[in-house]
Each structure stands twice: as structure tokens, then as C-alpha cells.
Design a protein around this ligand. Sequence first.
Ligand code: ADP
Length: 788
Amino acid sequence: MNKIAQIFQSLDYGPAPEGPEQAIAWLESHGRKFGHFIDGKWTKPGKTFSSDNPANGESLAQITDGSADDVNAAVKAARAAFKSWSALSGYERGKYLYAIARAVQKHSRLFAVLETMDNGKPIRESRDIDIPLVARHFYHHAGWAQHLSREFPDAVPYGVCGQIIPWNFPLLMLAWKIAPALAAGNTVVLKPAEFTSLTALLFAEICERVGLPKGVVNIVTGEGDTGAAIVNHPDIDKIAFTGSTEVGKIIRAATAGTGKGLSLELGGKSPYIVFEDADIDSAIEGLVDAIWFNQGQVCCAGSRLLVQESIEERFIAKLKTRMASLRVGDPLDKSVDIGALVAPVQVERIRDLMKRGAAEGAVIYEADGPVPSKGCFLKPALVTNVSPANTLVAEEIFGPVLVAMSFRTPEEAVALANNTKYGLAATIWSENINLALDIAPKIKAGVVWINGTNNFDAAVGFGGYKESGFGREGGREGMSSYLKPAWEKELKPAPAARAVAAKAANPLDETHIDQTAKMYIGGKQTRPDSAYARAVLDPSGKLIGEVGEGNRKDIRNAVEAARAALGWSATAAHSRAQILYFLAENLDYRRDEFAARIKAQTGEDGAAEVALSVERLFAFAGWADKYDGAVHNPPLRAVAAAMIEPLGVMGVVAPPSRPLLGSIALIAPALAMGNTVVLVPSAQSPLSMTDLYQVIETSDVPSGVINIVTGDSVSLAKTLAEHDGVDGLWFAGNAEASTMVEKASVTNLKQTWTSRGLYYDLADRRFEGTYFLARATQVKNVWIPYGA
Ligand code: ADP
């Protein structure tokens, strides 16, 4: 029999290796030893470590472990380059990005092979997904550079951006970070992950060859210490990080109080939900992509299969059959599905997790089939018989290990899907469009794929909810995270707040507890937990009233009430607007009384403040149904609906000045977007907001949507910051307390806005716009099949 006939009989794959020669020649051209790329030049290699090919353990090159001095030199170069780079027209900057895109495309084979050798991912993926997407990102952002001033008027770049990326998509993560940063006019210092620096270094050479001005892109290689030197460098204006939640939290704490911009794209444990009416074969193929793409080393991997009980047995059987046909082997082989994991330490970590899961009762199934004896290979694995508490269900494995659970009803699917500290992505399979589009808004995740998975595009934002981080990469949201308002630099320090007497001036007054304004929690006026009151004084120091001294317990009760009221976010924007208008109208009826109260507390004419507060409520009532999303049209036979969603429960700590407007200006945008609020009004002048209870009660605001706890701003802010039930926190106060708020918010990575001791003049009409709306919301991109 001839060979072809044999092949037809056995249907075996023959070897189809992609040649490494070009990549090796490039490594050799650098003597297989690299310094950093700083200020348009290569530095001499310093103390180095080896970058190995995980498929065979061979060393590819020596990489320099960046020191604090190296980081310093790179930041200096980036700072020097910033002035002229940001002064270029968007068109000029766009042309550079375009040139980079062209060069990446031209050398795509070299990039793909080098990526696969360095990272272990199958060439099929680096060739067809990673590198084409890299080029797409630079093309897309070339366009943004040119349209920036039109689309983001009054925005300016941060300055020097420090960017730290992981090893799972080395060049793609670089592109996600560098393209928007440069488009916006920033300069960058980027550190690739220690396991995978080579394509970043090749990219540096591309920058050199396209004539990118020196210092605009600086690449410093190294390990975690080098990353920390970037994070802590005082002359860096924004940090963009992708990596583990653990390191993300370290970075959140380290940047607290520095005023640095921060975006974090962290871990995930994304649900992959298959309903009984799904196209099962497609769902199986999708699942292969969801969990075995890049050996499962994907932050948004669909690593938790949730399958409806009625089809569970059939689905799992089909899945096992499909797993048996996955080919594990040499990543440079074009017909290999699963390549090598990035490093031996990862393989060990995954094995340890699997041992722990098995000890806790998990049943682990590994597909039969050959696996190379040398190199970092693991078989695809399926884990069953697990409860939600099993380590393998709760922890991000970051490997080719799928965990399967079943559900009975759509409600149960949602509950299981959201039962995680993460919120990066989710996949839904159902042929019933009503069901799929009913579930999508209920999932707490930044990306939802319907009848598809792992779709990415430069025009569509990507990023997480909850402990998967904040900020988006890609699309309009991604652009805006590299820009800040031009007026921020004009902010002046806020005047010091008046000292507040912590207790009633006359101890006897404390006995008249009935006259003390109460808290407002869950739609009811409630006595403070502590039964202590605090004095409210007029500017001359005279006692004019008392309010409750709120404590941790009051905050906890208020957060509980706010969580229970989250149905508010599902209320139609039109209805939310009506309620805000009603609130404004009812406040306006009582304007004289409120004006008098402001005057009593501050000595200032309150009429103007009341009028502005009414106007502000109108403004955000008007926004409620207008600040909404977009539909993107990526080149993937799908549309992505960018849905603007509220953060959830927001803590709002108002500034000391402007007792009424200071609170209204902050809670109105939060409420308009569907958040529920726990407000701590001005500590020195809280009576305007305690007076508002009656107005709230007559304005159809559902119970628990607005909760008010009076007391010491800083200690209540701390409780709010540490509370896991709070999703976002705004704090107007001094720099020291702002730092505390940002640090304490690390527990659940809540999004914060702090005034850092600066004076935000909330009467200014610029705060009637989208500034706070953007900070009260997050974007969920829902990918929906569309078109043939
Ligand atoms: P992963 O689990 O994906 O390896 P890591 O968060 O450990 O994620 O690493 C992601 C990136 O963060 C890498 O470039 C790594 O060198 C860097 N890194 C690790 N520790 C720190 C740190 N303390 N500060 C800054 N960067 C760090």
C-alpha cells in the first residue's frame, strides 16, 4: 500500500512542524543575551536569568534582571520623551502606531514562532490569534490617536505609564497596554513577565526600526522586584497591571495615596453555562476553546462548567470523547491542540491543586493519549463530584483543568455562576435567545459571551468586576483609562474643615435623645447603635442640633439595607429619572426651610445652594436614561453590546462644606445609574441631609436605596472601605484619610474615588456631566452572534 492510502486508513496526523530557524537567527543576532531597551537604545546585559523553552527545557536566551537603577533610567527616558510625544498631533502619533501594526504583520511568522518557543502555546494559536490581534490593536488605536481630541475633548494623557504584564499572552498583553497608552500621548515603561520577555524585546526592535522617537517605549525585563520598582517609582503617573489578584492587591495598596492612575486586570474563575436547549456539539467545541485554549492559562478561561442536570450525563460523555481527540505535543507542530505550560513551577502548582481537590473528594478524569515525556505538559483534565467549596472550584487553577457542576433552574445557574470572588467573564449556551439575554445581565462579570467564547477585539472593552479588577482594555473604555481630565491639574488644596465636637457640648443635652436626628436605614429612621449623639455647631460654636454618632454596626445595617434594595439597578432608567425629578420637586417646595438650615450651619446664604441642589437632581434625572452603552461591530460575526451597569452598593462620604449640595452632587449620579447608596453626610453640618429624610419619604424612593449614617467621616469611611458588601466608595476628605480609604479598599478591590485633600468645587457645572457617572458605573460587554 502506498503512503497516502495508509494515511487514509489510519487517519493519523503526520508531523507538521513550523521551522524555528528564523527565530533562532534573531536570538543569535543578539548573542542570545539581552539588556533592556531604554531611551531607544539597548543597554548592556546586567545580571541575567535564563528564558527557557518550556516544551523542551532548553535555554533560549539570557535576560537581564532589571534593577531599580534600570527602572529609574527608563522612567527618566519616558519622562523626557513625554513632552514632545504628547505634543505631536494625533495624526502623527497614529502614523507611528500604524507603522508598528504593519511591521508586526510583516514579521508575524517570526513573532508567532518566537512566542510559541518562549511560552509553549501551540503555533496554531500564536499564529492565528495572538499575533493577528496584536496587529489589530495597533491599527485600531492608530485611529483613536487621530480622533482623540474630538472624542475626548478636555482630556489629557497621564504622562509616564508603568505597565506590568503576565506570561500567558506576552505580546498580546503588551499590545493591549502599549497601543492605547501611546495613542493617548503617554510614554511607557513596560515590564514583560520573567518567563516570556522575548517577543517584547523583538517588539522593541520593531519600535527602533519604525523610527519611534526614543524614550516613548521602554522595555525593562525582570522579575517581581523589577515590577515593584515600577509600581513604587514616584515619577510614574499611571500603573496598568495584568496578573494575579494577589499581586493586584499588593499594587492597589502600594499605589494608595499616590494619585497614580490604576487599572487592574486580574484573575478569574469564569462560569461556562450550558442550558438543556443548547446546540450541544457547538457548546462542546466552545468549551474546548474556553478551557484548553493556551493550556487553560487564560484569565478569562471558562474553567467552571455549569451544565443543566437534564443533559449532564450526555454532555459529559460527549466531552470525554472530544477530550480524547485533543492532541498534546510539540507546540511548534501545526496540528497540535495543547502545547506546553509556561514553566515547571506552574506544572507543580497545578498538580498540587489537583491533589488538594482530590483529597477533598473531587473525581479527576484525564484524557487518554500520548504526552511528551520531556517538557511542561499536562493532559486535559475534567473534574467532577465537587461542591462549591472544593479548592478546584474556588481557586483559579490557570491550567488545562475543567471543573464541572450541574444546575436545575436558570436561577440556580446564576447563583452558582456568581458564587465566586471573581467576575471576569462568563459564557452562556442556549438556543433560546430570551433565556440567554435574561441571564446575561444577571451575571456579575465584565464580559459575557453568548453561544461563543473567548472572543476578543480591540474595539471591545475587556476587564472585570469584583476581584477580577477594574478598568477596561480595548474600545472607548480602554482609551479613557489612559486619559484624565485636563482640569485636574488646576485643583487647589481644600480648606481645612472646621473642628467638630465629638460629643454634645453640654453633657445634659445627651439625655434629650429624642431630639437627636436619627439615622436613615432601609427606609426607616433608626436610632444609632451606640446611643451617643454628636453636636452640630454653628460657625460661632453654638449648639444648633444633635445627630447620632454612627458606628460599624450602623454602617453594616445600612449596607445590608442597600444590598437588599439592589432591585433599584433593574428599575427602568425612566423610572429612576422620575424619582429623582420628584425628589428635586419636593426639595424645591421646602427650599426656604432648607436654605435657613444651611445658613444656620454654615453662616452662608443657603438659597443658592438649595437651588443648585435641585438643579443637580434634575441634571442627573436627565442623565439616567441617556448615559448608556454602545453596540460594537467587531470582525467576528457577532456584535458586542457594551452595557453600562452600576457598581452596586456605593459608599459616599460627602465633603465637609456645602451640607446639602456636597451630598446631592455625589449621590445623584450614583442613584441615576442604579446604585444604592450608604451616605455619610458632612460631619460638621449634617442637618441638611437628616432633614432630607422626609423629602425622601415623600418622593417614592424605594426603601434602602438611600441610607444615611451620620458621624465621624473618617472612621465611617474606614468601615465602608473594609466592607466586602460595598462595591464602590467615594470619599471627599483630606489626603491622609484618602490614602487610608484606598488602602483599606483592597479587601474586595472596590473602586474608589477620593479627593485627596483637593478642593473639588461641586457647584461647578462640570460635575453635572459624565465625570461621576463614569465612576459610578462599569461596562459589561455582551457578545451576541450577529450576521452570517
Ligand atoms: P501570574 O500568576 O500571571 O504569574 P503575577 O501577578 O505573579 O501573575 O505576575 C504578573 C506580572 O507581575 C509579572 O510581570 C511579574 O513579574 C509581576 N510581578 C510579580 N510580583 C510583583 C510585585 N510585587 N509588584 C509588581 N509586579 C510584580
